[in-house]
Design a protein around this ligand. Structure first.
Ligand code: PLP
Ligand code: SF4
Length: 334
């Protein structure tokens, strides 16, 4: 069997039904009643290997909280919206967001290996799943200020190697593009996706490639994940990590320190710790800026300079992510 059919088969083993997952996790009927059935607009999608990392008989688990819909998603405080980061207003073409100078983000696909309940792009009106990027490629070609394309989505590694290959070939033909960035969470759910063919595609690409993973909790990292990522690192591709600060998942010193240590031990540099984007249904995940600053300052006091991520917030209309520093909070208060 080819490696790509292996990871497609693994993908079919995802938990998509709450009752099956609740049985697997040995949840009580009281716990089951706190799960949310009717999110057909953004249904549960949880890879088996992540489900196997969840502690049984409790809802108070950092992996469960990230992926399993709970009734809190029905709470919609006033300042939570469908598009908190202003993606729609930076849409240049159906699948191209151009918000910041020098880089543009290509929505390569709407599909992901897992559905993260706090995802700010869960309401994005993705077009058909067609992998035709002709309009987007034309826009990139005609704007020479764009030096870097970020492949995002969804998750760009949801694309087949064939589709990725044709996209990469088109991007390689644009002379002013210098860098290609993958924003992906796929290897955490299905590390088998980093297969021989993908490694071949990456290793022959003529532009600088950078990988930015999305990992929130140290338990998401294990030897299989590290092995897969190491294949990318051995190509000379820098691998970074961004996380979202989430209540009940990683909003304590011990968890964040352990996550950063695991990452830097594997040569993966912590890049951003994002404050939650206020998307509908995610209010129960919110952690304050002040608490975020406390955590970052703890990390800075316990890690090498490169080991602590920047605390970042996406504010619609700003020319880049807003970096939040302790001293800027002080000056706000005076
Ligand atoms: C976050 C983001 C980027 C990348 O920003 P960096 O600070 O370079 O990581 C680019 N485009 C869009 C639309 C984004 O949301
Ligand atoms: S993997 Fe990324 S894009 Fe996909 S649901 Fe999670 S946060 Fe959203």
């Amino acid at each position: 069997m080819s490696t790509s059919s292996i990871w497609h088969q693994i993908q079919r083993q995802n938990f998509t039904r709450l009752d099956a997952l609740a049985t697997f996790l040995e949840l009580s009927s009281e716990q089951r009643s706190l799960l949310l059935e009717d999110r057909s607009d953004f249904p549960m999608n949880l890879p088996l290997r992540l489900a196997q990392k969840i502690i049984k008989q409790t809802l108070d688990d950092p992996i469960l909280r990230q992926f399993v819909p709970q009734i809190h998603e029905r709470e919609f405080p006033a300042d939570f919206t469908a598009d908190p980061v202003g993606d729609l207003s930076s849409r240049r073409c159906p699948k191209l967001l151009h918000k910041y100078h020098g880089r543009a983000l290509l929505l390569a696909t709407s599909a992901c290996a897992m559905h993260c309940r706090y995802c700010f792009r869960q309401n994005f009106p993705y077009e058909s799943s067609s992998s035709d990027f002709s309009e987007e490629l034309h826009a990139i070609k005609s704007d020479t200020t764009i030096q870097e394309i970020i492949l995002s989505g969804g998750d760009p590694l949801s694309l087949s190697n064939n589709s990725l290959q044709s996209l990469l070939t088109s991007l390689a033909g644009i002379p002013h593009l210098r860098r290609l960035r993958f924003h992906t969470r796929f290897p955490i759910g299905i590390p088998e996706r980093i297969d021989d063919e993908l490694i071949r595609l990456l290793s022959t690409h003529p532009q600088q490639i950078i990988f930015v993973l999305h990992i929130n909790h140290p338990r998401e990292i294990d030897p299989d994940v590290l092995h897969a990522l190491n294949r990318i690192q051995r190509l000379g591709i820098p691998v970074l990590c961004q996380s979202v600060l989430l209540k009940g998942v990683n909003d304590d010193e011990e968890t964040m320190l352990s996550l950063c240590e695991k990452l830097i031990n594997a040569g993966i540099l912590p890049y951003y710790l994002h404050l939650l984007d206020r998307v509908n249904g995610s209010a129960h995940f919110e952690v304050s800026k002040e608490r975020g600053c406390q955590l970052i300052s703890y990390l800075q006091n316990h890690l090498s300079g490169y080991g602590a991520p920047k605390l970042a917030q996406e504010i619609a209309g700003e020319p880049g992510k807003t970096i939040i520093y302790l001293h800027s909070l002080d000056s706000l208060q005076t």
